[in-house]
Design a protein around this ligand. Sequence first.
Ligand SMILES: [Ca+2]
Length: 432
Amino acid sequence: MQFIEGNKIEEISKHAFRGLRDVTHLSLANNNMKSLPKGLFSDLHSLIELDLRGNQFQCDCQSMWLMLWLKKTNATVSDVYCAEPEKMKGILLKDFPEKHAKCVSTDFIPHQTINTQSMSADIFSYKEDVYVALAVPNSDSCLIMEWDHIETHFRPFDNITGRSVIGCRSVLINEQAFVIVAQLFDGSRIYKFDQEQNQFTKFQTVEMLNVSKPNDIEVFRLGDEWFFLIVDSSKAGMSTLFKWNNTGFFPYQFLHEWFRDTDAEFVDLDGKSVLILASRSQVPVIYQWNKSTQTFVLFEDIPNMDDMVSVKAFRIDRVLYLALACYIGDSKVLKWTGKRFEEVQGFPSRGAMVLQPFSFRDQHYLILSSDYSFSQIFRWDKEKQIFLKFREVYVQWPRSFTPLSTGQRDFLLATSFKGKTKVFEHVSVDYS
Ligand SMILES: [Ca+2]
């Protein structure tokens, strides 16, 4: 028999009863214990009676194991009441809800460091394999890496060299893989995957006519037609739309002049195809596809949203949202009401470069980053319908965050303009 009662003990070692296989009666009554360490009773195979009365049990994640143990033990146990939290006071611990959502959380842990700088990352699947095209500024190339499903990491696959490469974007047309390489000089190039050589070979040089300083490549499909938009961030240039004609991509439409566009997002807006363009010199504008003229026509702007460096669309419960990163001022989340985009949340940000939404299973996240601080991850709160501060991760001069789900695992790839490219794994953590 063991009595450790009336001692005002607040904590007990998880090894306190180790090896005590023959103990039949145990009392921990009238102490001040708020919780017991997980597995405390696991050696007590002969236990007949346990007295836990007169403690201050906190009915939260830490007591989850005890609640589950109480349900399955053959020993007779005194009633265990909750003292805290307030709403659980006086309730039996064994009535504590078994699936308490707050006992399981998620985290982002470092998984792989890729020893190269990068400005953008485009993850694509081709013939059941997963690749990433990284725009690498210091080696002036598109580094293609392949996902190794056994080792669960990216390994080098191919390297497409260029001149002042600013972006690499994949497009799969008729089961063939292409990479669009946007460059500051010599126009842009398109490379095609050559199966015999098992590498990308040059397919086309694309005339960049009015493009002066490409900043983003947005690839999309309208019906059966493939397009990409080169977003031009110079006032001297024009954001330009290119269309696939079976032999290559050719200039199709020039968008507005005199604006420093930063990013474009192709979105289905209540059944209408639109391009949303963010800009450093004007508020974001929405271009709508006109079926009769087969061109994009300026539809409207999104007021009071100056100086946006990126625009990303995402959906939660089928509602459309936009995430806008603002370089000077607050970054914003807007919600489509069916008539207009309305601001629902602001994020104080200084020098923000990215406000990237992403989802893993039923969790929705938003990551805000600048060159001057840790990147902040926010998580969607279903009840409050806003994003709440969640975690921080460190990436030097981050430029993009791209989710990757493979098998049963989820990863987040972070590009870095001055440091190393990083892959984080999104994991579940059980706090009970
Ligand atoms: Ca874009």
